[in-house]
Design a binder for this molecule. Structure first.
Ligand code: PLP
Length: 389
C-alpha cells in the first residue's frame, strides 16, 4: 500500500503495558474463570428505560434524515441548560455544539485551539486518549504530574514551570479519571490566573461532573474564564449512555460557529433519533440521580473496606467512577502487583503507572460492578495485601 500519513501513523494507543493486565483478566473471564473485572470504565447496567423508549419512538416517528451540523435545536437547547447547571454560567444554545461523544468533543477542542507545532500542557494522571488527541493535531505537549501526597491536585508552580512561549492551552479533567480527584476551587482559581496571564485556552473535561462527591466547580465560572474555556461534556457517564456516542462542547459562541465547520468535514451531523433521545434524557434527567447515587454507594463500599487496611492508602477518590489505591508500601512496582493480584486472587485492576508517573505505585479500581461484587473484591484484596511478600 502507499505510505500512510505521518499524522495517522503518529496516533499510537498510549498507556504502558497496564492494558495487558486488563486484556489477560478479560480473556480469563471469558474462559470461565471467576475473575472480578475492576479494570473497565463502562457501566455494568443498561441505559435507563425511558431513554431507550424515547429513541424507539423517535425512530418510529421517521427521524431518519440529516440533522443540522451543530445538533438539532431541541438538543442544543437541552445541552445549553445542562451546561448552565454544570458550569454555573448561563449558557445559550449557540454556545454549545453536539459531538459524537466526549472523545469527539476533546478532539474538536484540540483541533480548534492548536496549530501544528503549538504547545499544550496536560495535567496528569490523565485519561488515556489525551496524548494522542494532541498528536492528531500535530501539537506538542508537556505532561505536568500532580503529586499523590497532594491528593492529585494540580499545582500552579508546576504548571508555570512547563509554560513555553508557544503554549496555547491547558487540558484538565475534574472529577478525574483515573484518580477520582475533584479539583478544589482554590487550585482551579490558580490555574485560571495562569490562563488569564498568558492568554491561554483552558480545555476542561467535565464528563464526570454529576459523579463528584461535593460541589462541582467548573473553571468556566471563574472571572474572565468563560471567554477562554472549552468544556467537554458527555452523555456517557452521567446518563448511562456510553454506547450512544453523544457529547458536547461548550464555549464562546464565535468558537462554536467555527467548530460547526469542523462537523461539516467530520460527522456531518449526528443521528436524528439518538439526538432526540438525548434531548429527552437531558430535559428529564433520566437516570442521572440514580446513577450518581449508585456510584456514591459503591465508592463508600470500597473506601469503607479500605479503612484500616495496613499498607494500602486511598488517594484522590472523591468522585468519578474510580478509586485510586496507593500500594507502594507493599510493592513499588504497580504492574507486578496487579499481575500478582490477578493470578492469586483473580481481581483485575489497572496498574497506576499506565496513567503517568505520579500514579506509579498505585492501582486503579473501577466502580463499575455491583456493591456485592466490590465487597468481595475488597475481601480478596485484603487477603492478598496481608500476605504480600
Ligand atoms: N474524558 C474522560 C475523562 C473519560 O474518562 C472518558 C471516557 O472514559 C471520555 C472523556 C470519553 O467519553 P465518551 O464516552 O463520551 O467519548
Amino acid at each position: 500500500m502507499p505510505r500512510p500519513s505521518s499524522r495517522i501513523s503518529g496516533i499510537v494507543p498510549s498507556g504502558k503495558d497496564g492494558w495487558e493486565v486488563h486484556f489477560a483478566a478479560w480473556t480469563r473471564k471469558q474462559a470461565g474463570e471467576d475473575i472480578i473485572m475492576l479494570s473497565v470504565g463502562d457501566h455494568d447496567f443498561d441505559t435507563p428505560a425511558q431513554t431507550i423508549e424515547a429513541c424507539v419512538a423517535a425512530v418510529r416517528a421517521s427521524n431518519h434524515h440529516y440533522t443540522p451540523l451543530a445538533g438539532i435545536p431541541r438538543l442544543r437547547q437541552a445541552m445549553a441548560a445542562a451546561s448552565t447547571a454544570c458550569t454555573g454560567v448561563r449558557t445559550n444554545p449557540d454556545q454549545v455544539i453536539a459531538t459524537a461523544g466526549g472523545q469527539a468533543a476533546l478532539y474538536a477542542a484540540v483541533q480548534a485551539v492548536l496549530d501544528q507545532g503549538d504547545h499544550a500542557i496536560v495535567v496528569a494522571p490523565y485519561y488515556a486518549t489525551y496524548p494522542n488527541t494532541f498528536s492528531a493535531a500535530g501539537a506538542d505537549f508537556t505532561v505536568v504530574e500532580t503529586p499523590a501526597e497532594d491528593g492529585f491536585q494540580p499545582r500552579a508552580a508546576d504548571i508555570r514551570a512547563a509554560l513555553r512561549p508557544n503554549t496555547r492551552a491547558i487540558l484538565i479533567n475534574t472529577p478525574n479519571n483515573p484518580t477520582g480527584a475533584v479539583y478544589s476551587r482554590q487550585r482551579l482559581e490558580e490555574l485560571a490566573q495562569i490562563c488569564r496571564e498568558h492568554d491561554l485556552w483552558l480545555l476542561s473535561d467535565e464528563v464526570y461532573w454529576t459523579l463528584g462527591g461535593g460541589e462541582h466547580v467548573s473553571p468556566r465560572s471563574l472571572p474572565g474564564m468563560a471567554e477562554r474555556t472549552l468544556v467537554i461534556n458527555s452523555m456517557s457517564k452521567s446518563h448511562g449512555m456510553t454506547g450512544w456516542r453523544m457529547g458536547w462542547l461548550t464555549g464562546p459562541g464565535q468558537m462554536i460557529s467555527l467548530l460547526t465547520n469542523l462537523n461539516l468535514v467530520t460527522t456531518y451531523g449526528l443521528p436524528a433519533f439518538i439526538s432526540l433521545a438525548c434531548a429527552e434524557a437531558l430535559e428529564n434527567g433520566y437516570g442521572v440521580k440514580q446513577i450518581a447515587e449508585r456510584y456514591a454507594a459503591r465508592r463508600s463500599v470500597v473506601l469503607d473496606a479500605m479503612r484500616g487496611m495496613n499498607n494500602v492508602t486511598v488517594r484522590g477518590s472523591e468522585g468519578g467512577m474510580y478509586v485510586m489505591l496507593d500500594i507502594s508500601a507493599l510493592e513499588p512496582d504497580d504492574e507486578k502487583f496487579a499481575w500478582a493480584l490477578l493470578d492469586k486472587e483473580k481481581v483485575g485492576v489497572m496498574p497506576g503507572s499506565s496513567f503517568g508517573e505520579a500514579a506509579a505505585g498505585h492501582i486503579r479500581v473501577s466502580l463499575c460492578q455491583p456493591e456485592a461484587v466490590l465487597l468481595e473484591a475488597t475481601l480478596r484484596l485484603r487477603r492478598f495485601a496481608s500476605s504480600y511478600r
